[in-house]
Design a protein around this ligand. Structure first.
Ligand code: HEM
Ligand code: HEM
Ligand SMILES: *[C@@H]1O[C@H](CO)[C@@H](O)[C@H](O)[C@H]1NC(C)=O
Length: 463
C-alpha cells in the first residue's frame, strides 16, 4: 500500500517536474512580458513540485511582487513568509479555481500545526500570467501589505540575507475553489528555506522563474525537507472505524445468528468496542487540525459522538443481560433494547462513515465503502438464510424446532417452541405478547436437557 502510493506519487512528481520545468521555450515566452531586469530570488522545492520567486521593489516601502507555481495534479501549493515554522507565518496559499483554469490565492495565517486560517486583511492582486499554463498553475501577484502582519507580530526583514520561509504542497486530491477559505487536506511535501532579500531587491515587477529542466535555486537555501507525509491519524481513524462498523460489529451479529455463539459474540463485540474507543479518540484529536472540524459541529462529528455514547450503553446492556441470563437462564428486558440499539448503532456508524470521507475532502472513497458494504452484507445474509434453510430441513427430519429467530421476544407462547410447556403450561396466548413471560425462553431446561449455546440447542440468549 505504502509502496504503491509512493510509486504513484513518484510518477506524479516525475510528470510534475516535466510540466513545471521541462517545458521549453513556450513556457518561457508566457513570462517574457516581465522585463529581464526584474530582481528576484527563486526557490524550487526538492521534488520540484513548487516554485516561488520574490521581488522586493526598491521604489516601494509596502509592496512585494511574487510568482508561485505548482503542477496540475497537486491540490495546492503554498509559501509562508517570515518564519521557519507554520505558527505565525504569513502563508500565500494557491489552489486551482472553480473552473480549473485559473488560480485562487488565499492569504492565510496559521496558529500552529493546523490548517491556516484565511485573513482578509492581506491584499493580493493577480497580475498578468496568472492561470493554468501548459500543465502548471501560476499565480503572479503583487501584495500591498505583506511585509508585516498580525499587528506587527509577524514580519519580514527586507535587509536580511537569510529570511526564514516555509513551503508546502498538498497531495494529489482534487481541490477547485474560488472561495478563499477552501478546505485543505494536510501537506504531502513541506519544508523550510531561507531567502536573500537583498538579492531580491531592485526594479519592481513579477520575478521570473526559469522553467527549464536544470534550473537551480537563485539566492535561496534549502532547509528542512519532508516528502510523502500524510495525516496518519485521519487515515487510522478511517481504517479503524470502517473496519469496526462495516466489519467487526456486523460479524459479531453474524456469529450469534449463525451458531448462537454468545461467548464469541461477546468477545468480538468487546474487541470492537475497544477499537471504537481508539478510533473515536483519533477522531477527536484530528478535529483540531482542520478549520472545517475544529468547532466539532459537523454532522459527522455530532453523530460520531452520539455513537460513542451509545456503544457504552450497548456494551453495558449486553454484559448485564448476559450475567443475568447465566444466573437465571432466562432472558431479560435488556435483550430487545440491546438487539435494537445494536442494529441502530451499526446503521448510524455506516452512515457516518459515508459522511466522514466528504468531510475529509475524500468523497471518492464513498464508492469503495459502498462496494464493501454491497459485498459483505448480502454475503452474510445469504449465509444466514442458507443456514436457516438447511436447518429447517434438518429439523423437519429430526422433528426439532428451528433455531433462528430475529425477534425472539415477540414470540407468542404458542410459537415459542416446545419449552414453555413445563414452566408455564397454561399461559394464555397473546398475554404480554410484546414482552412475554420469562418462561418462554427456558425451553430445553424444563425437559432436563443441558443448556448449551450451540446452534441446535434452543436455550438461547438472543443477544
Ligand atoms: C490542512 C492544513 C495543514 C495542517 C493540518 C498542517 C499540519 C502540520 C503538522 C501536524 C505539522 C508537523 C508535522 C510533523 O512534525 O511531523 C506541520 C508542519 C509543517 N507545516 Fe503544516 N499543516 C497544514 C498546512 C500547511 C501549509 C499551508 C503550509 C505552507 C507553507 C505548511 C507548512 C508546514 C511546515 C513548513 C512544517 C514544518 C515546520 C513546522 O513544524 O512548523 N503547513 N504541519
Ligand atoms: C461511527 C463513528 C465514526 C465513523 C464510522 C467515522 C468514519 C470516518 C471516516 C471514514 C473518515 C474519513 C477520513 C479520511 O479519509 O481521512 C472520517 C473523518 C473524520 N472524522 Fe470520523 N468517524 C466516526 C466518528 C468520529 C468522531 C466521534 C469524531 C470526533 C468528534 C470524528 C471526527 C472526524 C473528523 C474531524 C474527520 C475529518 C478528518 C479530515 O478532515 O481529514 N469521527 N471519519
Ligand atoms: C484569474 O483569476 C484572477 C484572480 O485570482 C483574475 O484577476 C483574473 O482575471 C482571472 N483570469 C481569467 C482568465 O479568468
Amino acid at each position: 500500500m505504502k509502496t504503491f502510493s509512493t510509486l504513484s506519487r513518484l510518477s506524479l512528481v516525475a510528470s510534475a517536474a516535466l510540466s513545471l520545468f521541462a517545458t521549453s521555450s513556450q513556457a518561457q515566452d508566457a513570462n517574457s512580458t516581465s522585463s529581464n531586469t526584474t530582481a528576484g530570488s527563486v526557490f524550487i522545492s526538492p521534488p520540484r513540485d513548487l516554485a516561488f520567486a520574490l521581488n522586493v521593489p526598491s521604489d516601494s516601502t509596502t509592496d512585494l511582487y511574487f510568482s508561485l507555481m505548482f503542477p496540475e495534479g497537486t491540490s495546492w501549493g503554498a509559501v509562508g513568509l517570515g518564519s521557519d515554522r507554520m505558527a505565525g507565518s504569513l502563508i500565500l496559499l494557491a489552489y486551482p479555481s472553480e473552473s480549473g483554469q485559473n488560480v485562487t490565492l488565499s492569504p492565510r495565517i496559521a496558529s500552529g500545526h493546523s490548517e491556516p486560517v484565511y485573513t482578509p486583511d492581506i491584499k493580493v492582486e493577480a497580475l498578468d500570467g496568472t492561470g493554468l499554463n501548459n500543465g502548471t498553475f501560476i499565480f503572479n501577484g503583487r501584495c500591498g501589505n505583506c511585509r508585516s502582519w498580525s499587528d506587527g507580530k509577524g514580519k519580514i526583514d527586507i535587509a536580511s540575507k537569510s529570511q526564514n520561509m516555509i513551503y508546502a504542497t498538498g497531495d494529489s486530491s482534487t481541490l477547485k475553489s474560488d472561495s478563499f477559505d477552501a478546505p485543505l487536506r494536510m501537506h504531502y511535501n513541506y519544508g523550510t528555506f531561507t531567502l536573500n532579500m537583498a538579492h531580491a531587491t531592485g526594479p519592481a515587477g513579477v520575478p521570473i522563474i526559469d522553467r527549464s529542466e536544470d534550473s537551480t535555486l537563485v539566492a535561496t537555501t534549502q532547509g528542512l525537507s519532508k516528502e510523502g507525509k500524510k495525516d496518519v491519524a485521519a487515515l487510522m481513524h478511517a481504517i479503524i472505524m470502517v473496519f469496526v462498523f462495516v466489519g467487526l460489529y456486523p460479524f459479531g451479529i453474524f456469529v450469534l445468528r449463525l451458531g448462537s455463539w454468545v461467548r464469541w459474540h461477546g468477545i468480538n463485540q468487546g474487541f470492537a468496542f475497544i477499537l471504537t474507543i481508539v478510533g473515536s479518540s483519533l477522531g477527536f484529536s484530528i478535529s483540531k487540525y482542520y478549520n472545517r472540524s475544529k468547532k466539532v459541529n459537523t454532522a459527522h462529528q455530532v453523530i460520531g459522538i452520539l455513537i460513542f455514547i451509545f456503544i457504552f450503553a450497548q456494551f453495558a446492556l449486553g454484559f448485564l443481560h448476559h450475567r443475568n441470563f447465566k444466573k437465571t437462564q432466562q432472558t431479560t428486558k435488556m435483550a430487545p433494547i440491546h438487539v435494537w440499539m445494536g442494529r441502530v448503532i451499526i446503521v448510524m456508524g455506516v452512515v457516518n462513515a459515508f459522511l466522514g470521507f466528504p468531510l475529509a475532502q475524500a468523497s471518492q472513497y464513498n464508492y469503495v465503502l459502498a462496494g464493501l458494504i454491497l459485498f459483505l452484507f448480502p454475503a452474510m445474509i445469504l449465509i444466514l438464510v442458507t443456514k436457516k434453510f438447511i436447518q429447517k430441513k434438518w429439523n423437519k427430519s429430526k422433528n426439532e424446532p428451528t433455531g433462528y429467530n430475529m425477534e425472539p421476544w415477540n414470540q407468542q407462547n404458542g410459537q415459542a417452541g416446545q419449552g414453555n410447556g413445563a414452566a408455564n403450561p397454561q399461559q394464555p396466548m397473546g398475554q404480554n405478547a410484546s414482552i412475554p413471560g420469562m418462561s418462554t425462553y427456558a425451553p430445553y431446561h424444563a425437559q432436563g436437557m443441558k443448556a448449551d449455546l450451540g446452534p441446535q440447542q434452543n436455550t438461547r440468549e438472543y443477544v
